[in-house]
Design a protein around this ligand. Structure first.
Ligand SMILES: C[S@@+](CC[C@H](N)C(=O)[O-])C[C@H]1O[C@@H](n2cnc3c(N)ncnc32)[C@H](O)[C@@H]1O
Length: 250
């Protein structure tokens, strides 16, 4: 998932890309942002895409840096929110070691740390560390390995959407699909996305001077995973991980 992927996706973004803001029914992410927001502070929306979170962030902070790898996404965001005057749009790649950002008191990164490449992720984490001030807050949402596997297990056990899952994979295709399972890299719509275990995420954050202070499941309805979820299937629900982490002061 390099820049080209996101640039090409931009015109179709609204139809193709899962909307975390709309599907977070309990509004845990917005609530966390409000808890730690300060009108004297600056926030970076890391991987802001077409700017869905900007109307929430703009009134809560002095300044918002809207950062994305895709300049096409940023153009759309700018055109959608001309009335938000405290936003600076910035094209930049969090997986580039040369990225330089002025550190902010808060970083919000909602499903943008998705790259399947371990090296790119390592730099992404380093840039998260660099772009948030000591004592600042990171609000991070990522796909969950646990939820992904739960969904596959339930699908097979109860034969949900059986016709859609009936394709017999060749050995080569099966290998392609699952070869990076042991690294939490799993396909969403045939595109490899990094998914995280809770403990793994905790460890990666600690390695980058962030102390996780709260983990939450952002729970979704089953119709976000299945075309026809059985009516009895309620809990557990599929989820992404939300973690609130504090940048450690030295
Ligand atoms: C799934 S979208 C999420 C967008 C937004 N945070 C939201 O919740 O609506 C992921 C976004 O992250 C951006 N992105 C992916 N990798 C990135 C990187 N290395 N640096 C900056 N932005 C990146 C993509 O361009 C895309 O807009």
């Amino acid at each position: 998932m390099k820049r080209n992927y996101w640039e090409k996706m931009a015109p179709h973004y609204q139809e193709e890309i899962f909307d975390v803001l709309q599907n977070d029914k309990k509004k845990w992410i917005a609530r966390s942002i409000r808890t730690y927001a300060n009108p004297q502070h600056q926030v970076i929306d890391i991987g802001c895409a077409v700017g869905k979170w900007l109307p929430i962030l703009s009134p809560l902070f002095k300044k918002v840096i809207a950062l994305d790898i895709s300049s096409n996404n940023l153009k759309i965001a700018q055109s959608l929110f001309p009335n938000l005057k405290n936003i600076s749009y910035r094209q930049g790649d969090m997986s580039n070691n040369r990225l330089r950002l002025q550190p902010a008191e808060m970083g919000v990164c909602i499903n943008a740390l998705l790259t399947p490449h371990a090296k790119d992720r390592a730099i992404f984490f380093k840039n998260l560390q660099r772009c948030i001030k000591a004592g600042g807050t990171l609000i991070l949402t990522v796909p969950s390995v646990e939820s992904y596997l739960l969904t596959r297990i339930i699908q097979q056990q109860y034969k949900i959407d059986a016709a859609l899952f009936s394709e017999r994979l060749t050995k080569e295709k099966a290998f392609q699909n699952w070869k990076n399972l042991n690294q939490g890299v799993l396909n969403i719509d045939n595109v490899p996305h990094k998914h995280f275990l809770q403990e793994e995420l905790s460890l990666s954050l600690l390695q980058h001077q962030f102390e996780p202070i709260q983990f939450k499941r952002i729970e979704y309805d089953w119709d976000t995973e299945f075309v026809k979820p059985p009516r009895w299937l309620k809990r557990p629900r599929p989820w992404d991980w939300l973690v609130v982490a504090k940048k450690i002061t030295k």
